[in-house]
Design a protein around this ligand. Structure first.
Ligand SMILES: Nc1nc2c(ncn2[C@@H]2O[C@H](COP(=O)(O)OP(=O)(O)OP(=O)(O)O)[C@@H](O)[C@H]2O)c(=O)[nH]1
Ligand SMILES: [Mg+2]
Length: 401
């Protein structure tokens, strides 16, 4: 293989999160100069059926939003902006490619640094008393871990270590154990049921959360397993979104069912399911337009897409995956709740865990909803999607290597 992911670790480790709000905010248009135009994706010509590990992802498209009332900046975007403004600018360090855990740990470094530095400052030469436990609880809640998990951690310490000397390392061990306890039950692989032909996956989420990129990464994984994959460009709002999926299709050898921009998304889904069925495909992955969970008319449209899919395949979609942007913070809880209610989410993919300070939110989500977490994304490249492992995540976020 040629050199893997040039600049990858610089993105992961040495620079602020790739996904700045300016580049692809969930509700505001991407600035034209932030993202190159499709269709001029790098130097690579489209190669039909040779999915040999592309090194660069197709560029995300410019966003031409559908007509609708202008949005105000969602709270969590402001949170992300605050976060970025407050974040120290790390110095870029060229690094060699590392193993998976090291990549995860690098990606979660900002989350774990925030957490472990705060823990260390709370626990420097102190006996464990009620005030220290309160301070620790605040630190854990601020790290987005959620009140339940924060309390579980402080309760464990209160029970086992009260009035004893406690080091930051002791606390990190309890933190890792508690996080693993919460995440263990939700770390479930995405199982493609081969009795379903096709196994239909619907990809949903707010704008810019990583749906299309995750589809490309999944298509690559399935193709590598010998499955025959079809993609459906269900984000019919924007020509660039269709082209973005087509680029992934070319790179992973998966045919893409598409219609011109402006076509009805549910009609497209209907055609795609019918075609995939007729061709005996193993997997059909349907992309959808990004939508904020509080946009009722867009959520209605999503429900319609699902109804129409069911007309062809009553038990489909077999998996409805919600992509969550790890840089989002607390709003992700709302996304899971509303998308869950409206679209019957069956599993989660958390993207952009490379370089976020807010990875702790996955723990709060797991605790509150108990939905399976199938994969996590740690970069823009086709190989940057990994099955979710609770123990690794817990170790990484607690800064234990
Ligand atoms: N750093 C990083 N970037 C990612 C990851 N996943 C996706 N991205 C980037 O996030 C941006 C948005 O990704 P898309 O896949 O286009 O997101 P989307 O949900 O399809 O967006 P819309 O269709 O506009 O709603 C792109 O620039 C991707 O390359 C990830 O795991 N890490
Ligand atoms: Mg998309």
């Amino acid at each position: 293989m040629t050199e893997k992911k040039p600049g990858f670790f610089q993105r992961l480790f040495g620079t602020p999160p790739v996904q700045t709000p300016e580049q692809s905010p969930p509700e505001t248009p991407v600035t034209p100069d932030a993202i190159p135009d499709i269709p001029e994706p790098e130097a690579e010509p489209p190669e039909p059926v040779e999915p040999a590990e592309p090194t660069e992802p197709p560029p995300a498209p410019k966003h031409d939003w559908p007509p609708g009332p202008p949005e105000t900046t969602p709270d969590y975007i402001e949170d992300v902006e605050d976060d970025l403004a407050a974040a120290p600018q790390p110095v870029a360090e060229p690094e060699q490619p590392k193993g998976w855990f090291a990549r995860l740990a690098s990606g979660l470094k900002r989350s774990s640094d925030n957490l472990t530095n705060s823990i260390t400052s709370v626990f420097t030469k102190r006996k464990l008393d009620a005030a220290t436990l309160d301070e620790l609880e605040d630190v854990l809640i601020q790290a987005d871990l959620g009140i339940d998990t924060a309390m579980a951690i402080t309760e464990t310490l209160r029970r086992d270590r009260f009035d004893k000397d406690v080091s930051g390392e002791d606390v990190r061990a309890v933190l890792a154990a508690e996080v693993e306890k919460v995440l263990g039950p939700v770390a479930e692989p995405l199982v493609v049921d081969s009795s379903k032909k096709p196994f239909i996956i619907l990809m949903i989420g707010v704008n810019g959360s990583g749906k299309t990129t995750t589809i490309g990464k999944l298509a690559q994984k399935f193709a590598a397993e010998g499955k025959s994959v079809m993609l459906a460009a269900g984000d019919t709002f924007r020509a660039a979104a269709i082209e973005q999926l087509q680029v992934w299709g070319q790179r992973t050898g998966a045919p893409v069912i598409a219609k011109p921009a402006g076509a009805d998304a549910s009609g497209l889904a209907f055609d795609a399911v019918t075609r995939a069925k007729a061709e005996g495909r193993d997997v059909l992955i349907i992309d959808t337009a990004g939508r904020l969970q509080n946009r009722d008319e867009l959520m209605n449209e999503l429900e319609k897409i699902i109804r129409v899919i069911k007309k062809v395949e009553p038990d489909a979609p077999h998996a409805t995956l919600l992509t969550l942007d790890a840089t989002t913070g607390q709003n992700a809880l709302k996304q899971v709740e509303i998308f869950g209610q409206r679209a019957g989410v069956t599993g989660l993919v958390m993207t952009k865990l490379d370089g976020t300070a807010r990875g702790g939110i996955l723990v709060a989500i797991a605790k509150k909803f108990g939905l399976p977490v199938h994969y996590i994304g740690v970069g823009e490249g086709v190989g940057d999607l990994e099955p979710f492992e609770a123990a690794d995540f817990a170790r990484a976020i607690a800064g234990r290597d």
